[in-house]
Design a binder for this molecule. Structure first.
Ligand SMILES: Nc1ncnc2c1ncn2[C@@H]1O[C@H](COP(=O)(O)OP(=O)(O)OP(=O)(O)O)[C@@H](O)[C@H]1O
Length: 248
């Protein structure tokens, strides 16, 4: 396991400066306001499940962090600085890694080439992502198009890790995958954060799996946050979870 020293002090040592803080954020597309009054805090190394039914605004929240929506109001702080002032194309270099639902694999590049195009120096190296996803090493000379859905998802996550982010934004990584592949990805996502210097926000329809992988959870409904608390609390109260998710 790596003993690399984190360039940023842990939250407690830094006077509790959070990794990410959103205050009263509203955002959307063109004229449509989708997110309203979003308040959210994430400490360094913390992991968050972002839950809610289809269309409630989860992907829009992720896109807003990456600067891909129209911000209408509120404040977004990243490691104590103003995230809004960081242009969208600089946010991955600032430490935000995005694995969008569409995965955006380069079809005409091999697995190894797909990984090489984004790599930045840091503790996540090609060897380390191959350790996390041995299947990618086995397929390293295959083209992006020759991969299964699960392998494409592994490649998308591995590529984002090679950017050496502090926060990984995972948008429904388990969607549409076979149970055995879901199991492999869940194991890898759990391992990714063992060093506690990587945070992630996991958008998921599989609420239980997301709660098992995270320390905190947020449930959204119609563009607003209706629950913000410990993942464990929801995991142990399925009735409340179902009610929040609109299944009750
Ligand atoms: N590019 C866009 N332009 C306009 N409206 C959009 C765009 N993307 C999403 N929306 C709308 O924003 C709302 C929230 O969508 P969003 O994808 O954020 O929800 P979600 O909770 O991630 O849902 P899902 O689980 O289905 O992905 C929906 O009404 C959707 O139609």
């Amino acid at each position: 396991m790596s003993t690399a020293v984190s360039p940023a002090p842990a939250a407690s040592a830094a006077g509790d400066t959070p990794l990410l803080r959103l205050e009263g954020v509203s955002a959307g597309y063109d004229r449509a306001v989708i997110l309203e009054d979003i308040n959210l805090t994430l400490a360094e190394g913390e992991t968050l499940a972002l839950l809610g039914r289809n269309g409630v605004g989860k992907s829009t929240l992720i896109a807003t962090l990456m600067g891909a929506t129209v911000l209408r109001g509120g404040r977004m702080q990243w490691r104590g600085g103003d995230l809004v002032a960081v242009p969208a194309h600089r946010r991955s270099a600032a430490g935000l890694g995005w694995v969008p639902q569409e995965r955006w694999i380069f079809p005409s590049l091999t697995v190894r080439e797909n990984l090489a195009v984004t790599a930045r120096p840091g503790k996540w190296t090609l060897e380390r992502v191959y350790e996390l996803f041995p299947r990618l090493q086995e397929r390293e000379d295959n083209m992006g198009t020759q991969l299964s859905g699960g392998e494409q998802q592994m490649l998308a996550i591995a590529r984002a890790l090679l950017l050496n982010p502090r926060l990984l934004l995972l948008d429904e990584p388990l969607e549409g995958l076979a149970p055995v592949v879901v199991e492999e990805l869940v194991r890898a996502i759990g391992q990714m954060t063992l060093d506690r210097d990587l945070s992630f926000i996991l958008v998921e329809q599989h609420a239980r799996q997301a709660l098992e992988l995270t320390s905190k959870a947020v449930v959204m409904d119609r563009g607003r946050i209706i629950y913000d608390g410990a993942s464990d609390t929801l995991l142990h109260n399925p009735d409340h979870l179902n009610q929040l998710m609109g299944f009750a």
